[in-house]
Design a protein around this ligand. Structure first.
Ligand SMILES: [Zn+2]
Length: 133
């Protein structure tokens, strides 16, 4: 089977152009940040939306998020377009998830697990997507 070497970055043309407002999310929402694939499905981190918070890397309104399993990295700040709802049947987020799946899954063979390398954290725990500016 053709394998993608670890550390390979795949492009994400979808998240940077996603049209989603800050108000789409609320404190208490459960969300995911999609990072790649595992066993032929999208894979990511599951977090809780805590409170509005300035997203310094984009100079726009973001959200403070809590990772229940995060340890020292329990709290991060992300831009709304990084987030997809998990617990609401939300058309906006489902459309984005389907688009990400359609883009990513055909590029990753079989059952391979891959972190697409889209996200990094600043020293102040602000989440940055490779397409953020
Ligand atoms: Zn949503």
């Amino acid at each position: 089977m053709h394998e993608i070497p670890a550390g390979t970055r795949l492009p994400d043309p979808l998240t940077p152009v996603r049209d989603i407002t800050h108000r789409h999310f609320r404190a208490g929402d459960r969300i995911a940040i999609i990072r790649g694939t595992v066993r032929g499905q999208l894979w990511g981190d599951c977090l809780h939306v805590v409170a509005p918070s300035w997203h310094t890397p984009t100079d726009e309104d973001g959200w403070r998020l809590r990772d229940p399993d995060g340890g020292e990295l329990s709290y991060i700040t992300a831009h709304p377009r990084h987030l997809v709802h998990l617990d609401r049947r939300c058309a906006d987020c489902l459309i984005h998830l389907r688009a990400l799946a359609g883009h990513l899954l055909p590029r990753v063979p079989g059952l391979q697990a891959l972190d697409a390398g889209w996200y990094s954290l600043t020293p102040l725990h602000q989440l940055v997507h490779v397409g953020d500016r």
